[in-house]
Write a protein that binds this ligand. Structure first.
Ligand code: FE2
Ligand code: FE2
Length: 242
């Protein structure tokens, strides 16, 4: 079985980061001891060097060899995407890991909150998914609207084309953040999973800080919503027929 922890929207900053909640998140994730950790962006609030340094410290304290990290719109403010590369490496990356391939892309644009993957990446994405592995696509922006988030906005401007591409590549799972509300859609055979904010005060009514735990077990798929202290709620339990 492969366990993926999916965190999002840390928002390291004096205004929004909750260090006590982050401590609980770090501890509960380390108790899970996942095989892969995916962080879908908004590591910072303003893309500044001190905020990236703080976000790096939080992520470094999570014990996991395999981390896939992509920037969010807040990380690309003030040319912060350069600091992202300094701290976390390439903004687009492919990680084949023991039967699971995770492709992470940068859906942000400098100083614009709208998402955009871009046609230039489509061929590389398709090539990266030429595998029999379980396929995971990670980006910051939500490809499908998320309920209870108010006025809909900032979906990637090319979301229709990206969804078609991912469907054609037989992607199993899409991980995204940005809206700070957890949700799961099933679109054809693909699960599109949104994460809440892990440890910021930027929550919407009736939601709280949380993250996702995904278990992949020979085609079976379980998705849990996890509170910072580690309490788990099973939200998807897909058992493949033999
Ligand atoms: Fe965010
Ligand atoms: Fe965002």
């Amino acid at each position: 079985m492969t366990q993926i922890v999916h965190l999002s929207d840390i928002h390291a900053s004096s205004a929004h980061f909750l260090s006590d909640v982050a401590e609980r998140v770090i501890q509960s994730v380390n108790e899970i001891a996942p095989d892969i950790v995916v962080v879908t962006g908004d590591l910072t609030q303003n893309g500044t060097y001190p905020e990236f340094a703080d976000a790096k410290e939080v992520i470094d304290r999570i014990d996991c060899e395999n981390k896939v990290i992509v920037p969010g719109n807040h990380d690309s403010r003030n040319v912060g995407y350069l600091f992202f590369e300094d701290f976390f490496g390439a903004r687009n990356s492919c990680h084949p890991l023991d039967g699971v391939t995770v492709v992470g892309v940068d859906s942000s644009q400098p100083d614009i909150d709208d998402g955009h993957v871009g046609r230039d990446l489509y061929d590389w994405i398709a090539k990266s998914f030429e595998t029999d592995d379980f396929k995971v696509f990670a980006l910051h922006h939500h490809l499908i609207p998320v309920p209870m988030t108010g006025r809909e906005e900032q979906i990637p401007v090319d979301s229709g084309d990206v969804l078609e591409l991912l469907g054609r590549c037989c992607v199993d799972l899409v991980l995204c953040g940005h809206r700070h509300v957890p949700w799961v859609w099933r679109l054809n055979e693909m699960f599109v999973v949104n994460a809440g904010t892990a440890c910021s005060n930027k929550i919407k009514a009736r939601t709280t800080q949380c993250y996702n735990l995904i278990e992949i077990d020979y085609g079976d798929l379980r998705i849990y919503r996890v509170l910072p202290g580690g309490e788990q709620e099973l939200v998807i339990d897909r058992v493949m027929s033999p």
